[in-house]
Ligand binder design. Structure first.
Ligand SMILES: Nc1nc2c(c(=O)[nH]1)N[C@H]1C(S)=C(S)[C@@H](COP(=O)(O)OP(=O)(O)OC[C@H]3O[C@@H](n4cnc5c(N)ncnc54)[C@H](O)[C@@H]3O)O[C@H]1N2
Ligand code: MOO
Length: 411
């Protein structure tokens, strides 16, 4: 039975949750492949990474100084230093480190292997820096300035879990345990196609009545930021044949087509004309911006999500519907942005029965959010200045200053 609670009976609008679920169901998990670390940035790990070695792999010095037995230094003070013969010099990377005999010191560098028998390091600043004999001006606790083998990562334990997004630190630790390749989900391959006879390529001359094409580039960038692999197609005019022609050579190579424009109620709605009744369903979602939406499958080939043409509608729709679906398909354990509760700096009003996403600037220092621009879905300049979206629930129409609102952090 249909879930009437998530449907708006007043306007027969599809709920945000229903459309999100429908879009998510169109994408299946991408296959797993092994990639060199340098090609894994932003992708999701497909299996747990078990550490083949411990980190540190061997006990080593945290300071440039002298490896000692702490019991030899119990009497050392600034006034009466303990003097020890220096029997070895151990730079980082030396592999043949002889044991430390009682009553002697080894000069040692940061990262160098601690000799057997030593249990502490005295930094060079607390010595006279001698190379034949060294005067040590302070005692040392056992373990002082020693980085113990395995204190960070233990061999055989899970160092990264399945579904982890591989950022700089995660790739770093994979390299540190000696792994050269990782199993990852291949990125979702996304075609991006803008439609509209008013569109002109940036850099070209603009005549009154025309606008520069911006959605294509913007959505392709959003796809890449979400770990996907975009192919930005040359935009097409409001012409059904041109629309189909643009897609022909990509039928076997894409997972998803994102269109923008041509889906509302006008006379020249090329996306609707090309796709309605052809595997794609169009609907109105209880959301502002982003009311006209559609999704389905193109000729049994790739999934399709048709985004509205207004630039802010396009981007907000990508955030709400496409980004989480793409991340799930690419194996990411976390598919949502960070959401914070913020204090609204001014008042706002919102339409009844629709989830509204307003652009805002969130200040993490004060916990306050300030509206950035009006609600209009053409106000791309405002979106570019925002760092968050305020998510106003469907049943909220007025919020006074000082109210608590959810903000979706965009960076
Ligand atoms: N009678 C009605 N009119 C409109 C409705 C409606 O329900 N009834 N819905 C409005 C809403 S809400 C939206 S959102 C838009 C969606 O329209 P389309 O998806 O059909 O988009 P277009 O009409 O093609 O364009 C809308 C707007 O965006 C500009 N645009 C389009 N593509 C691009 C691009 N690639 N780069 C930059 N700008 C683009 C276009 O020039 C228009 O200004 O419909 C409302 N109308
Ligand atoms: O829903 Mo439209 O996306 O507001 O401008």
């Amino acid at each position: 039975m249909r879930d009437v609670s998530s449907h708006n009976p007043q306007h027969e609008l599809t709920s945000v949750a229903d459309h999100r679920a429908k879009v998510a169901s169109l994408l299946t998990r991408t296959p797993v492949e092994s990639r060199p670390l340098e090609n894994c940035l932003g992708l999701a790990l497909a299996t747990d990474l078990v550490a083949p070695i411990s980190l540190p792999p061997f006990s080593n010095s945290a300071m440039d100084g002298y490896a000692v037995r702490s019991v030899d230094l119990t009497e050392a003070t600034q006034e009466e230093p303990v003097k020890l013969p220096v029997s070895e010099d151990i730079p980082a990377g030396r592999v043949d480190v002889p044991p430390l005999q009682p009553g002697t010191a080894h000069r040692i560098m940061t990262g160098a292997q601690l000799p057997p028998g030593a249990d502490a390091v005295v930094p060079v600043e607390r010595t006279d820096g001698g190379t034949g004999t060294v005067a040590l001006f302070s005692s040392a606790q056992p373990g002082a300035h020693v980085r113990r083998a395995g204190e960070d990562v233990t061999e055989g334990t899970v160092v990264l879990t399945t579904g982890t997004r591989l950022g700089a630190a995660q790739l770093g630790v994979a390299a540190a345990v000696g792994v050269a390749e990782l199993p990852v989900h291949r990125p979702v391959r996304v075609l991006v196609l803008s439609t509209g006879s008013e569109l002109v390529e940036p850099g070209q001359e603009l005549r009154r009545g025309q606008i520069y094409e911006s959605n294509g580039l913007m959505l392709a960038a959003a796809v890449r930021e979400a770990g996907g692999e975009p192919t930005l197609l040359r935009f097409v005019p409001d012409d059904v044949d041109a629309f189909h022609a643009a897609l022909q050579e990509h039928l076997d190579s894409a997972d998803l087509l994102l269109t923008s424009g041509g889906v509302s109620a006008g006379a020249y709605e090329v996306v609707k004309d090309a796709l309605a009744g052809n595997g794609v369903e169009f609907t109105k979602v209880a959301m502002q911006p982003g009311m006209p939406q559609g999704c389905g499958r193109y000729r049994d080939a790739f999934a399709v999500v048709t985004l509205p043409g207004n630039p802010v509608s396009s981007m907000v729709s990508f955030e709400v519907f496409v980004r989480p679906a793409m991340l799930a398909a690419a194996g990411h354990a976390t598919t949502s942005r960070h959401v914070r509760q913020a204090v609204l700096a001014g008042e706002l009003t919102a339409p009844t029965g629709k989830r509204q996403f307003r652009r805002g600037v969130f200040d993490p220092a004060t916990g306050e959010v300030t509206l950035q621009g009006a609600p209009g879905s053409h106000l791309l300049g405002s979106l570019a200045k925002a760092n968050c979206l305020l998510a106003i629930p469907e049943d909220v129409t007025d919020l006074p200053a000082g109210s608590t609102v959810d903000v979706v952090l965009l960076d």
